[in-house]
Design a protein around this ligand. Sequence first.
Ligand code: URA
Length: 483
Amino acid sequence: MKTARNLANVKLGTYYVVQMPTPDDFDFWRERARALVQCEVPPDRVAWVEPGGSGDLFAHGERRSPVPDPDAKPVRANRRFVSLARNAILHSDPERFALLYRLLWRLQANPRMMEDKADPDVRRVEELDKNVRRDSHKMHAFVRFRLVESEKDGETQEHYVAWFEPDHHIVRANAGFFMRRFSNMQWSILTPRGSLHWDGEIMREGPPAERSDAPQGDPMEDLWRSYYASIFNPARLKIGAMLKEMPKKYWKNMPEAALIPELVAGAQGREAKMVEKGALEFEERPETLAAIDKAIHGCRKCPIGQLDNHAVMGEGPQDAALMIVGEQPGDQEDQVGRPFVGPAGQLLDRHLEKAGIERKAAYVTNAVKHFKYVQRGKRRLHQSPGAKEIDTCRWWIESERAIVQPKLVLAMGASAARGMLGKTVSISKVRGAPIELDDGSELWVTAHPSYLLRLDGAAREEQARLFDADLAAVKERLEELAG
Ligand code: URA
């Protein structure tokens, strides 16, 4: 494989030193590794130095990368290697860069090497990948934000701050996850390996932080604590498994963890009480709308049910051909106890009338039965339900659908669509055409009227036009189905 031209670029016997700029820079590693492979520099002639590492041991090493010839052989790296390497490079093992280079070097002669499960290098990279994925999973599950309020220009600013201690260099790689999940909040995640700051528009990276930089408690914690106490099912208590999933190391960041010793201690008594009350699970579907109405008022299966609110039941004829599904009750619906009576409901009524759809003939309900909000002074501000909350509440909307058996369901907004389908869909992609449901009925998806309320000018007009078109299509289809 050695050509005279390639060797001309490499000083014989040279020892190359690659100083990594950051501990997780896969692209930098890849670029250097490619050049070294193309210049045929064997693994034992390269020292990979961690950022901050002095590389003193290699003081006489060559720090400039060799430059491959333009016609040097392309480097082979299959998809499996690249995907493992991208993750493994985030591991805190200082040997990871060298391991990856050795694998890349060996792949050139043996392109199927990654399939050899007994190979020690392959096994090691798989192990690093697994550890990193596990660490990311912990970060997703155990980051807990605490509210910090400050005054700016006479206005109260809200910022959520979390402290987390990852085992590996996973912070930057997980920025996208938190950005998507908490896009509407301003937040910071502080860690000893660097910090992330999201202002609602731009993500910034900051230096490593200390635990004392993060706040230690806020009122949200009471909510978490009572939620956790309510979902903590003593009948399922397996302490070993719990410690594996939620290692003690993370307990100090988690308000609910303060309850664990108490909950474990009280588990037996609580279990007996739960069995007595028959309250372990919702095992059987209620058979009447009245039974659902009663049961949702006692539902505490997600944190929304812990807030100071009331469940709002669907309303309309039990044999309605059309079921209209919204997201969740708003402030007014919560107070009145009926769906769609506030501003979004009034807008909906106007559009239904325009389309010739009689609201009274439809069964109108919500994907989530309780109002999710945050208290700001005297105001309760709407919060969108999370995917888990919607999925938990599917039990109820499915129970309603099983009783009403509508021919057509109109889901308004992404939460309603998820409530019907159990997965997230893009409204713009699915609107305007039916989706067949398990019982042969049809689901039609459109925007939520609150979305229209948030727009103005031309954008509002355009969305109102699309909304009207969806309702007109639903009306037409209902007439066909009534046949
Ligand atoms: N928004 C909804 O999704 N449902 C209501 O009941 C009211 C507002």
